[in-house]
Write a protein of this length. Structure first.
Lengths: 248, 288, 314
């Protein structure tokens, strides 16, 4: 049990963004989180990473309660996330950006060592050639990889990927999928927020569906994509007809 | 009875303070520039009124529109020539720029007018009114009325005219306003000019009630800060609330601690507010 | 090559008091003080990117702390160090209270801090002499020895500030501050304890001006609140760092040197209006050289010139 949410709720003014959500993630799983826009997916990630505090419920990470901790402490405990809108350090080089991840949450003591570590992560994500370029000079696809490299540098046990594939073309998505598989092979638990169904169905072993702040489904991709509530809330009948596996 | 008198003193003062601060708040809210020049612009307006009274025998109250107009032109020019070049720059740059401009204006005023205090002495003097045991100097009463009227005028302008709505739009979302066809550069200049105009008008009123000297410019700027934070940035009603509150606080603190501590108290209040409630009493951030 | 320059500069700095007249010595002492102020500000304003106007508060507090201690019989060097410690504690407390603010709000809070300190100092007449100022005990040494003493005192502070800057720039702290400056939210998510780092930077930005204030008080023998809490003491270091390049190690020193040069020229020729002229300088600097001399490409011009001369020789 690496992450457990129990009855977590959060509202902003009059809007209930997350409503009594409970689920668990087992170590090593790759779980998808889908749902329409505004369902509360990013808010959920913000709650887990400490950007917002839940107003009800608990969040436990490896047994420890983390819902009252500040974000930097949560990061140091091994939870990393990528941002939907990428957030680099614009005037630093690609290498320096990733070094930041290794140096702080990654727990490495000296800048020199952190840079070496960072270089490894850059190689892993295919950005080694860009190491000396300023982060602001990268294409969107590469910036997403930079986000990923930064997160990996923090040495996480749990990685929350927030729409890592938004804005990518088919080839880029395939490359991203390979990367995600490689990360999972390292034993890192991944929660994948996605709209691109192809990614979700191929990469994940379990799906969570969020709708208007509530968790309406939690199960294998086969079952979830056939769940009528999910079809109505998100997938739509045409999609269900096309992709649902043949009736037994 | 004493407490009521002190309260009335504070409210009358507070009305004037609102006029002092509203121009500053407008510029901060719309241009996101802290106009360090604001205090000096008020004093410039005071001097204009003073000299108009001394040489042209124009009553300072009647001079208010003229002061407003003169300062509007100056403000418009300052924005166009200087401030426009740093729009969008980090806080450090804009603050240092207005600081440098203020240094220049302030010292020019000292050079031109010398640092000794002047006061407009109306002849015949207006005297005081006695309203059921509460004594209020008539010049302050008229000043407060004018001040509140001016603030109300600005409020009406922002709500009711095309230019006013454009200003509010730029404050809320500069890019969206541009897409709607608003000439943002011109709006910036007009807003800064308006801020300066309010400062000039306030200065004109000020000249009747208080002695003027360039040295008071900083104190006035400080009060404008406190009022903006007290009332919440970016709303005209907020400035009114902030002004009245500050006036009342100063009045009571003068009673309990003596007038020499009024600056310390208002600044300490400011720090406390910044620490715990930077959005002020009204707690709002938008512009109206 | 760099090592040679460093050693040469160090030698010149140490030998100066024995070769120059008192006027030059006074200028040099002021230049060292300005460097220390600029280098101090650079920690919070250059590295962390927070627009602090608190330098005057720290300087003034240091001056009064050192001054009051000396009038109570504390020997000078101890008074200076204690002044630095007192200012550091004040800065840490103030920092925890206001460093959650950003941009304009933070700038105002720091501006106001100096004003409040000034008013409080003004009112605490029994302790500080209030508006009438504070007289410090005069040293029983001749003018030249005194001049040399204060020169070396400021030299030590400036050197310490420079050394600390260089250390921080290469350290985890410096890296973290740079991250904070570029994207504070992303920095937090990477595990940087931004609150602690900012307070450390703020305290560093206070301790050097604080000790300078203490030394300054002993140097001029008489201080009053308007002088040592003057807001210009907050603005000048900013201008110096902007001139020399924010966030670099030596930027503050270059800027201090150039600024002092300009100031001396202006002061000598236009005593009356010199503050106004300072205003003009500030305006021109901000409008035309927002990145300081680096903005007009001085370093790259230099390196290109060097390359050309290298290529010219066969």
């Amino acid at each position: 049990m690496i992450l457990r949410l129990a009855d977590v709720s959060r509202r902003f003014g009059g809007l209930v963004a997350v409503n009594r959500v409970s689920f668990e993630l087992k170590a090593g799983e790759v779980v998808g989180l889908i749902g329409p826009n505004g369902a509360g997916k990013t808010t959920l990630v913000n709650l887990v990473t400490g950007v917002h505090r839940p107003q009800a419920g608990e969040i436990r990470y490896g047994g420890e309660r983390i819902d009252r901790l500040p974000p930097d402490q949560i990061a140091r405990r091994g939870i990393a996330r990528t941002f939907q809108v990428v957030q680099p350090f614009p005037h630093m080089t690609v290498l320096e950006n990733v070094t930041g991840g290794a140096l702080f949450a990654g727990g490495i003591k000296t800048i020199r060592q952190a840079k070496d570590e960072a270089m490894e992560h850059l190689k892993f994500t295919g950005l080694a050639d860009f190491a000396a370029r300023p982060a602001s000079a990268l294409t969107l696809a590469n910036r997403k990889r930079l986000e990923l490299a930064k997160s990996l540098a923090t040495n996480p046990r749990l990685l929350l990927l927030d729409e890592v594939n938004a804005g990518l073309n088919a080839a880029e998505i395939d490359a991203a999928l390979d990367l995600i598989r490689a990360i999972a092979d390292r034993g890192i638990t991944i929660l994948l927020i996605e709209h691109v169904m192809k990614v979700v169905l191929t990469a994940t072993t379990r799906l969570l569906v969020l709708h208007q702040g509530e968790l309406i489904a939690d199960g294998s991709p086969d079952n979830v994509t056939r769940d009528p509530r999910v079809i109505e809330a998100y997938l739509g009948p045409k999609y269900a007809a096309r992709y649902a596996p043949a009736a037994p | 009875m004493l407490y009521v008198q002190v309260l009335v003193n504070g409210l009358v003062l507070g009305g004037l303070y609102s006029c002092i601060a509203v121009g500053f708040s407008l510029v901060w809210g719309v241009l996101n520039v802290i106009n360090i020049l604001h205090g000096s612009l008020i004093i410039l307006g005071s001097y204009a009124a003073f000299f108009a009274y001394q040489y042209l025998h124009i009553d300072p109250f009647l001079f208010v529109p003229a002061a407003a107009f003169l300062l509007f032109c100056l403000g418009y020019a300052i924005q166009l020539v200087f401030i426009n070049r740093v729009m969008g720059s980090p806080v450090l740059i804009t603050l240092t720029l207005t600081f440098g401009l203020n240094l220049l204006l302030y010292n020019l005023m000292i050079l031109a007018f010398k640092a000794d205090f002047r006061k407009v002495i109306l002849s015949p003097p207006l005297g005081s009114a006695n309203l059921g045991g509460i004594v209020v100097p008539i010049d302050r009463l008229i000043g407060m009325a004018f001040a509140i009227a001016l603030v109300g005028l600005l409020y009406a302008l922002l709500r009711g005219t095309r230019i006013g709505r454009a200003i509010v739009a730029v404050r809320m979302d500069r890019e969206a306003a541009q897409l709607m066809g608003v000439n943002v550069g011109r709006i910036y200049a007009i807003t800064f000019g308006l801020g300066a105009a309010m400062a000039g008008a306030a200065g004109s009123l000020f000249s009747v009630m208080f002695p003027i000297s360039p040295e008071t410019a900083n104190a006035l700027l400080g009060k404008a800060f406190v009022i903006c934070i007290l009332g919440g940035l970016g709303s005209v009603p907020g400035v009114m609330v902030g002004g009245l509150t500050l006036g009342t606080i100063e009045s009571y603190s003068a009673l309990f601690f003596g007038p020499e501590y009024s600056v310390t108290i208002s600044f300490s209040l400011l720090i406390l507010l910044l620490m715990f409630r930077p959005t002020g009493i009204m707690g709002r951030r938008g512009f109206q | 090559m760099t090592r040679l320059i460093v050693v040469a500069t160090a030698l010149v700095l140490v030998a100066l008091p024995f070769m120059a007249d008192n006027y030059v010595l006074r200028l040099a002492t002021t230049m060292l003080m300005y460097s220390a102020l600029a280098l101090g500000w650079n920690f919070i304003g250059g590295f962390a990117g927070y627009p602090s106007f608190a330098t005057a508060a720290f300087f003034g507090l240091g001056a009064y702390a050192g001054g009051v201690l000396q009038t109570r019989g504390v020997p000078m060097p101890a008074a200076w160090l204690l002044a630095g410690a007192i200012v550091a504690l004040f800065a840490a407390a103030l920092g925890r209270a206001i460093l959650h603010l950003r941009g304009h709000y933070f700038a105002i809070a720091t501006l106001v801090a100096a004003e409040v300190l000034r008013e409080v100092t003004n009112s605490a007449t029994d302790l500080t002499g209030g508006g009438m100022g504070l007289n410090l005990p005069v040293l029983s040494a001749d003018v030249t020895t005194q001049a040399r003493l204060f020169y070396f005192a400021m030299l030590v502070v400036a050197a310490a500030a420079l050394a600390t800057t260089a250390l921080v720039a290469e350290s985890r702290l410096g890296f973290g501050l740079r991250c904070i400056q570029q994207n504070e939210d992303a920095a937090i998510m990477l595990g940087i304890n931004t609150r602690r780092y900012k307070v450390v930077a703020f305290t560093l930005s206070a301790v050097f001006p604080g000790v300078c204030g203490g030394i300054y008080a002993s140097w001029v023998n008489y201080i009053d609140p308007t002088d040592v809490y003057d807001v210009l003491l907050s603005v000048k270091p900013i201008v110096m760092v902007l001139l020399g390049g924010a966030g670099t190690v030596l930027g503050g020193v270059y800027g201090a040197f150039l600024f002092l040069l300009m100031e001396e020229l202006v002061w000598r020729n236009l005593l009356q209006f010199h503050a106004g002229l300072l205003g003009i300088i500030v305006v021109c600097l901000v409008l035309f050289l927002p990145h300081g001399l680096r903005g007009i490409g001085l370093p790259s011009l230099l390196s290109r010139w060097r390359q050309r001369t290298r290529e010219a020789t066969p």
